[in-house]
Design a protein around this ligand. Structure first.
Ligand SMILES: [Zn+2]
Length: 339
């Protein structure tokens, strides 16, 4: 089994300011892809009481909080009912422990109280509840955030790829949940990830371009983003999206980092773009309003609650903070961050 050494051991270029430890770009398990092709791997894992199961109900996983404020996934041993669900071999820990995702047809219990730390209150004791990745992702540790992200991405893919794109017959899961195979022609289909670019656009006065999406509520602003098209590089997609949405040409785009965004199946690739063009020509089909802000103006808008930031687990928030030179919470507290 080969494991990647912890990131703290990696040597970094001192000039390198790329985004590290993005909330959903974390992990820590060995994915043991070679085990997936064993025909009984899921049955074997379900028969082993040492296997740690995470049960996915809709978009929810069971999460527990301790008095310390951080969240952790609830793991349990396999139960008979797991055999009726869809098994996903998510990987093994450093001690060889196997982690199995089970996509259940049960709905998550409604209106469950959130753990104290997720609700923003302090308090001793432990609580358990079912949370979405958007709710729990930031507060989970690296391994658990990676497990949740992978399980949700796979589950979303299975839910929408039940038929063969070649002949239209049904497909069935195989290879421990990492492949679907057509029951008629035997063709194999792999989980899909859709790349999207997301970028700061910065002018010669170091102002940031903020946009509000056509269907977003008043006050919610973020950086621009869009899907990469077939035959297009990330850098070309950055230039095209900026030109389409706000009508300006960029001079350069520099890579910042990336993270999975399984809502339902994206991979967000972050860039910092520069431009000397500042006159905006907005496409109203995509953008309701766009504006340039200095760092001082942005701090003031946050502090006065006139604008809100993207969600805490998003790369968008981290890209804004990269430009701002500070966390949003240090400027205006946690209440301006959208979930
Ligand atoms: Zn087929």
């Amino acid at each position: 089994m080969s494991l990647t050494p912890p990131r703290t051991h990696t040597r970094r270029d001192p000039q390198d300011d790329r985004l590290r430890d993005l909330a959903l770009a974390r992990g820590g398990l060995d994915r043991v892809a070679h085990e997936r092709t064993h025909p009984t791997v899921v049955d074997d894992l379900l028969g082993d009481p040492a296997t740690r199961v995470v049960e996915l109900r809709g978009e929810h996983l069971r999460v527990r909080s301790g008095g310390g404020g951080d969240l952790a996934l609830h793991f349990r041993a396999p139960v008979e009912a797991d055999r009726a669900g869809l098994g996903l071999h998510l990987g093994r820990g450093p001690d060889g422990t196997a982690y199995l995702g089970v996509v259940s047809s049960e709905p998550a219990p409604e209106n469950a109280p959130e753990p104290a730390s997720a609700a923003g209150a302090d308090g001793p004791g432990e609580a358990e509840t079912w949370l979405t990745l958007r709710q729990a992702g930031e507060a989970l540790g690296a391994r658990d955030a990676g497990l949740f992200t992978t399980a949700l991405a796979l589950s979303n893919w299975h839910a929408t790829h039940r038929h063969c794109p070649r002949c239209g017959a049904e497909t069935e899961p195989t290879q421990a949940g990492w492949v679907r195979r057509c029951v008629r022609d035997g063709s194999e289909h792999y989980p899909r990830t859709d790349p999207a670019v997301i970028m700061s656009v910065i002018d010669p006065d170091y102002r940031l371009l903020l946009g509000r999406g056509a269907h977003w509520p008043e006050g919610r602003f973020s950086v621009l983003a869009g899907f990469v098209e077939p035959g297009e590089s990330f850098e070309d997609a950055v230039a095209r999206e900026v030109a389409e949405e706000v009508g300006i040409r960029i001079d350069d785009a520099r890579y910042l980092g990336n993270q999975p965004w399984p809502f339902p199946s994206s991979l967000m690739v972050g860039y910092a773009a520069t431009t000397t063009e500042t006159e905006l020509r907005i496409d109203p089909a995509e953008i309701a309003e766009a504006r340039w802000v200095t760092r001082e103006e942005y701090r003031a808008l946050l502090s006065s609650n006139e604008i809100r930031t993207p969600s805490g687990i998003s790369i968008a928030k981290r890209i804004i903070e990269h430009w701002l030179g500070a966390t949003v919470e240090s400027v205006a507290g946690p209440s301006v961050v959208d979930r």
